[in-house]
Write a protein that binds this ligand. Structure first.
Ligand SMILES: [Zn+2]
Length: 307
């Protein structure tokens, strides 16, 4: 119905358009799914459609203000990598209770899992009794970290990463000069996350460092002595590389191995081991988001790699 300027996610965008068409908007939405796949861009566009007097023209002052995070009726909590405190939420609720100049008062929260339990509980009261014409749209990379009481009060839309084949096809149109082999590798390294793939396509140094990380991680799946795996972890932490990127690359590597195993179907035990390792990587991510010591969490994961 509208020009969202988004690749894919047809089902989720369709669901939002249905809500708008049927005049059946819920006062709060939560978009959940992996990072870097465009959830927040969709959240912003959603709000943009509602606030623009021309139903999303991409040109009027409202459209421009919303896309630049400068719209007076649209409060945006960007990802600062810091937790969101109760004081911030209280302040925002006061603003939501003021009259809107346009149609809605909107609150957009990126990575809502950053809310402290106190902040989340404070927001919960607003979700239970929202002021008139208020819309809250939140995104999260990990719905397991959102209070169940919050989830029960919102419309939850789940997003998935793209299949690497789909992403490859779309990016081949956008980056026609990139050779096919590189594009294939980038889409695979990005685990189907468009934002990350585009970053790698634009930054050759970053791509090189990813390839190195991938090769180093291969050691984790070999019969390498544990002290060498611990050394790798120390290097990663010393160079302040993003631990989540390290874990994402590990996920990519394990999936590749699984895929190779599945295609020749030779070793069921190995397959089971790799699947459980994928779960361990996810658990490690959850631990890290709860501020567990990174070195301990990664060393614990390394110990799980001994089959
Ligand atoms: Zn407009």
């Amino acid at each position: 119905m509208y020009n969202w300027k988004i690749i894919g996610h047809k089902k989720q965008i369709g669901a939002i358009e249905e809500d708008m068409k049927a005049d059946n908007l819920t006062h709060a939405y939560l978009f959940a799914g992996p990072s870097g796949i465009g959830k927040f861009a969709i959240a912003k566009m959603f709000v943009n459609i509602l606030q623009c007097p021309n139903n999303l023209c991409h040109e009027c002052p409202t459209c421009i203000q919303i896309q630049k995070d400068g719209h007076p009726d649209t409060i945006v909590l960007k990802d600062t990598e810091e937790s969101i405190k109760i004081e911030q939420i209280r302040e925002i609720i006061t603003k939501l209770n003021m009259t809107a100049q346009g149609k809605y008062k909107v609150l957009l929260i990126k990575k809502a899992e950053r809310m402290t339990p106190e902040a989340a509980n404070c927001l919960l009261k607003t979700l239970e009794e929202p002021p008139a014409n208020t819309l809250i749209v939140m995104t999260t990379d990990n719905a397991r970290l959102i209070l169940p009481t919050i989830i029960s009060r919102v419309r939850l839309l789940k997003f998935n990463a793209y299949s690497t084949g789909f992403l490859e096809e779309k990016l081949a149109d956008l980056f026609p000069d990139t050779n096919q082999e590189t594009l294939k590798q980038i889409c695979s390294l990005s685990l189907g996350k468009s934002g990350k793939a585009i970053k790698l396509l634009r930054n050759a140094d970053l791509l090189a460092s990813y390839r190195t990380m991938y090769n180093v991680l291969c050691e984790f799946l070999e019969d390498t002595p544990i002290y060498r795996k611990f050394n790798v972890i120390e290097e990663v932490l010393k160079e302040k590389k993003d631990v989540n990127e390290f874990l994402d690359t590990f996920t990519h590597l394990i999936r590749n191995r699984l895929y190779q195993g599945v295609s020749d179907g030779s070793n069921k035990d190995k397959e089971q081991y790799l699947i459980s390792l994928l779960e361990e990587v996810e658990n490690t991510k959850t631990l890290l988001s709860h501020n567990v010591n990174a070195k301990l969490a990664l060393e614990n994961l390394a110990l799980k790699t001994i089959s």
